[in-house]
Design a binder for this molecule. Sequence first.
Ligand SMILES: CC(C)(COP(=O)(O)OP(=O)(O)OC[C@H]1O[C@@H](n2cnc3c(N)ncnc32)[C@H](O)[C@@H]1OP(=O)(O)O)[C@@H](O)C(=O)NCCC(=O)NCCS
Length: 250
Amino acid sequence: MCSESDTWDVLIPDTFETLDDGFHIFHFRFSPRLRTSDADHGNLVETERHRAAQFHHQIDRNRFTVGRSLLRQVLGRALGMEPLGIPLSIEKGRPFLDPELGDRWQFNISHSGESVMLIISRQHQVGIDVEVYRDFPDMDQVAKRVMTDEEFDSYMQLAKARRADTFYRLWVRKESVLKFLGKGFEIEPRRLSVGHAKNSISKASFEGQRFSIHQSMISDSNPPHQWAFAHTDGLENSRFRLHSVAARPV
Ligand SMILES: CC(C)(COP(=O)(O)OP(=O)(O)OC[C@H]1O[C@@H](n2cnc3c(N)ncnc32)[C@H](O)[C@@H]1OP(=O)(O)O)[C@@H](O)C(=O)NCCC(=O)NCCS
């Protein structure tokens, strides 16, 4: 849909305003041909345009531009404001709504490959992570660095062919919690135990705070994606809805 010369816009489903009490997740998969450029910068404010221009690789510029554009359009709908007029602040890399707008909407963005995911909730703080599978030769060494001893022992007991799936399941769980906390890799992932049993909801705790983690796969894509989002414990019954977002040329 996005050709090299298209200017594009995000097409947000109408259903999204109907779910006040839960979590909305927006998934945007952009075309490998997408070339975000000056033409797309109408979707971003000055500081974001500046940052977009600094990415060396087109794919990184695409992820950033699509993510912020999606965020501004969704928040614009949620708040009834012009997307470019929404004041965002950044702390440790994490964008959040300026305090002048109160804490009315919480959100978090993740990107991997050609996928961008945004989660937004009216009340609840959230963290999200998406990862596109890719096989890399030193996965076991990385696993040792990021898993607790117990997680690593059970990971190593798996047949080689099952490890990538387990690695990514565990990885998105950890990163969703670290992103919830807003500190990312300032916290060593191996300090956080999340386990890798194949449950769609799992639990974790960190320094006395307890979390629930929802997990799923986007298996109709090649390669598949694992994704997870984390919120504080006790909200398991909150509904969440996954919206596939399309681009439209404008
Ligand atoms: C957060 C972090 C784990 C994300 O890693 P990543 O592999 O790039 O993962 P994702 O694609 O899932 O997340 C990136 C998005 O998360 C959000 N984000 C960035 N930092 C974040 C943080 N500390 N907490 C929560 N979310 C964060 C941003 O929206 C970012 O996308 P954008 O910059 O395009 O808007 C990593 O960047 C990190 O550890 N950051 C914290 C360290 C720090 O202080 N960075 C300062 C940078 S100025």
